[in-house]
Design a binder for this molecule. Structure first.
Ligand code: Z16
Length: 825
């Protein structure tokens, strides 16, 4: 197409102070519709956000053009959760505009810190899995990998946590109330998604594998996207989030016309409820119809969008797996494999075998757990009602799969039963992990131990069938957010010590710090950084809890979702033991400590909510005791989230990673803390093992049963025997049982005691003595502050491996086989 007139081009945003200021004023007037004289704090924030955002848009436009031109293979990351963290400071950093914004803000009588208070964290996830998704997106953009993240735009994210009488209270997270300046609605790319209804045969299909589905409800998915900039590169990828809206079809015609106004309004509500709220469970399966609807809604919208994008530059289906690689983040998006089969077979009339071959070459699956209760299964009866065509397709997929099994292991009926996608014991259910493995090219665990245990236990039969399908990709964290942004003081020291900022995108550079681990001047500076960070943390803690913490005390942190397998109760037994000892002997020579917990319990997880109450009650008893509180403080930081993590992590001296061995798939907080110079006290679980291998056994406080010993112990575990033979343990449990932390009420915390003395499901009592002894080793080490600083340095120096850049490279080499596309400036 030729046109006589030159194409209008966009005026470039500038990189000077004058241009930034001009754009700020322009955005204040023309986007916010206000003036300098009458602008509120919120106006100031939105104006700054838009001005920073403008600097990313240009890069995004160039990225889109480069991707269109190159027609590369794209990674499509499908995840029900993303914990992106606040955007303002990230984007100031990635556009290098902080140096412009800071003086201008000051001149206008405000500051970046003041404006950042209006920046809301999109809490669209529960914990590790959601934050991992965000770290991987960050690293993909930084490595110039063409990628799109797909997710759900929950109207309410993870609940906000408060405490009333020490008990957790949940408040809704209305995160979009003041508008979200980082989001671009794209209503033109909306999609339609069906639910319920019935299926029927089609006339011209001799195989009988094609059928037609007439859904009973149609819902619209409307996307919006947020920008995912790479650091130190021009690439800006996107994360596309779907929001459910009532579709015209379902309300205009049928009900409104028939005078059923109330019913029609209810239809709208039901449709829009699909993306209303995040399910607040971490590592537990919540089998609810609405959750299944969310999952299918996500994958149906995303796959249609992926196909739309594919067709912009490609024809036919043969090239599809060469251009599209889909990564399934846990089982939540696994219905995508069935949906692709349905689209190919029913709607695009592709033969079954060819469709299956395309599907199998397109998908890969990441498993994040070993806990049986976290492996999703859906009742066949529910699927038959909600997604009748998908249930038929699952039967066919399973039929062909089990034929393959029978051919490989003739006559092994038991194996067929164990492998089947449909479990037949009790109510028939679809095992989503089995479906994921059958339909994927590659399956990966998230740490070495986790991958090994997966192939030996949970997915053992599959590993025997297809050993080459299984891979390990150890998790990682982005050094941009969790070192550079969280810890500017440490970043400065790393930069001056390593001689450049290269470490921010090449974290192995941290290795150079090891050479300074015996340099007294360096150790002093390292310690000064940690102390300053502890002063910052103390301010947050005092403002949010009223507790005054001593920045010279050992900062002992346990930050993670509350879950029995993570064993917050073991940490609490340690705290109570210290409390008992100090009450008995006020002159006891203990190291001053601040124990900081952070984390939420799922609203329906009653035993963990009671434990939270107990943590707060113990904190109260400790902090108000005139003797004990001189040596020990205990804090449960309310509403722990990504933003608060950025304050806690840089201040930590000791990182608690004390899950029962074999239960924590990987952990990622362990990596963030070690990179910020915290020394780990931990079990041989998840990625702790790999951290210890790297930092050295002498720089890691190891205790407890290993995974194999734990397996063995569980077979004959007798918690009472530990209670009866260990006086400290007995005193700690008795204190809880006798109501010491409940004003003498012996009933309130009785369930906690019963769980410990009854089943002790996660063997806290078996590991108690080893943990106490290990904490004594911690105390001895702390008393030599130089030796401690040395350990701290070596932890950071040797953890470069845990950059999510390395994780993404591993995915590229082992699984994705994608090439970067450079975007020029
Ligand atoms: C989750 O956050 C994780 C696993 C899971 O099955 C569900 C959720 Cl929501 C966590 C693991 O518990 C943790 O060990 C791991 O580091 C993280 O996923 C990322 O892989």
């Amino acid at each position: 197409m030729t046109d006589a007139r030159p194409r209008p081009t966009m005026r470039s945003v500038g990189s000077t102070l004058e241009e930034f200021e001009r754009d700020l004023i322009s955005n204040l007037y023309y986007q916010r519709g206000t003036t300098l004289e009458s602008a509120s704090g919120s106006d100031g924030y939105h104006t700054l956000a838009l001005t920073v955002r403008d600097r990313l848009i240009e890069r995004y436009a160039r990225t889109a053009a480069a991707h269109y031109e190159a027609n590369p293979r794209f990674v499509y990351y499908l995840s029900a959760e993303y914990l992106l963290g606040r955007q303002l400071r990230q984007n100031l950093l990635y556009t290098d505009t902080e140096k412009l914004a800071r003086p201008i803000a000051a001149q206008l009588g405000t500051s970046i810190e003041e404006l950042e208070r209006y920046d809301v964290e999109p809490g669209l996830g529960n914990g590790g899995l959601g934050r991992l998704a965000a770290c991987l997106l960050d690293s993909m953009a930084t490595l110039d990998i063409p990628a799109v993240g797909y997710g759900i735009r929950y109207e309410f994210g993870i609940f906000k946590q408060g405490f009333r009488d020490g008990a957790q209270v949940e408040r809704p997270d209305d995160w979009t109330f003041y508008g979200n300046p980082w989001e671009f609605p794209a209503p033109d790319d909306r999609q339609k998604v069906g639910f319920y209804g019935a299926t029927a045969p089609v006339l011209d299909d001799p195989s009988g594998l094609r059928r037609q589905w007439s859904p009973g409800e149609i819902v619209r998915g409307e996307p919006s996207h947020m920008l995912v900039p790479g650091y130190g590169t021009q690439t800006v990828n996107i994360v596309r989030l779907w929001r459910a809206r009532a579709s015209r079809e379902s309300f205009d015609l049928s009900r409104f016309g028939a005078g059923q106004y109330k019913e029609a309004v209810e239809d709208i509500t039901r449709a829009e409820n699909i993306s209303k709220v995040l399910y607040p469970d971490d590592s537990t399966e919540q089998g609810r119809e609405l959750r299944l609807k969310q999952q299918y809604f996500l994958v149906a919208c995303s796959l249609r969008d992926i196909i739309r994008r594919y067709r912009l530059r490609n024809d036919g289906w043969d090239a599809f797996p060469a251009k599209v690689v889909v990564q399934l983040n846990d089982t939540h998006p696994v219905m995508a494999v069935v949906e692709l089969m349905r689209l190919l077979v029913d709607e695009y009339r592709v033969d079954w075998d060819r469709a299956w071959s395309i599907t199998r070459r397109t998908f890969n699956y990441t498993c994040h757990t070993l806990l049986p209760e976290a492996l999703e299964t859906w009742p066949v009866a529910l699927l038959e009602r909600l997604l009748p065509r998908h249930m038929e397709l699952i039967y066919s997929i399973n039929y062909f799969f089990l034929q393959e099994v029978e051919a490989t292991f003739p006559g092994d009926g038991d194996r067929v039963r164990r492998l089947s996608i449909i479990s037949e014991d009790g109510e028939r259910r679809v095992r989503m992990a089995h479906l994921a493995v059958v339909a994927s090219s590659a399956v990966n665990g998230v740490a070495e131990l986790h991958t090994r245990l997966l192939t030996e236990t949970t997915l053992r039969d599959f590993a025997e069938l297809w050993p080459q399908k299984f891979h390990n990709v150890t998790n990682g964290v982005t050094p941009r957010r969790f070192v550079r942004m969280a810890n500017p003081r440490l970043s400065e020291l790393i930069t001056t010590t390593t001689g450049s900022e290269r470490w921010i995108t090449d974290l192995d550079q941290l290795d150079a710090l090891a050479g300074k681990a015996d340099d007294q001047e360096f150790l002093d500076r390292w310690r000064a950084v940690k102390r300053a960070n502890k002063v910052d943390l103390a301010a947050l803690v005092e403002q949010s809890t009223g507790v005054v913490m001593d920045p010279d005390s050992l900062c002992d942190v346990m930050i993670k979702r509350f879950h029995e397998y993570k064993r917050q109760h073991l940490k609490l037994l340690h705290v109570i033991t210290l409390f008992n000892r100090l009450r008995e002997d006020p002159d006891l020579d203990v190291v001053p400590r601040t124990v900081l917990f952070g984390g939420k319990a799922a609203p329906g997880y009653h035993s963990m909510k009671l434990l939270i109450r107990l943590v707060n009650a113990v904190a109260e008893a400790v902090n108000t005791d005139p003797v004990v509180s001189r040596h020990l403080k205990v804090v449960l930081q309310p509403d722990y989230n990504v933003s608060r993590a950025l304050v806690v992590i840089p201040a930590a001296d000791l990182s608690e990673q004390i899950s029962l061995a074999g239960k924590e798939a990987s952990g990622t907080g362990n990596m963030k803390l070690a990179l910020n110079g915290a020394v780990t006290i931990g079990t041989l679980d998840g990625a702790n093992i790999e951290i210890r291998d790297r930092v050295g056994a002498e720089n890691f406080f190891l205790f407890g049963l290993d995974a194999q010993q734990a397996e063995e112990q569980r077979r004959h575990h007798n918690p009472r025997a530990y209670y009866e033979t260990d006086p400290d343990l007995r005193a700690a449990i008795d204190a809880i049982a006798n109501g010491v932390f409940a004003k003498g009420d012996r009933t309130l915390f009785a369930p906690v005691v019963d769980a410990m003395l009854g089943r002790d499901e996660y063997l806290a009592l078996a590991d108690y003595r080893a943990y106490m002894e290990c904490q004594e080793r911690v105390e001895r080490a702390w008393r030599d502050q130089d030796a401690w600083a040395r350990m701290s340095v070596l932890n950071a120096a040797r953890c470069g491996f845990f950059s999510s850049d390395r994780t993404v490279r591993d995915y590229c080499d082992l699984i994705w086989r994608v090439d970067p596309v450079r975007v020029t400036g």
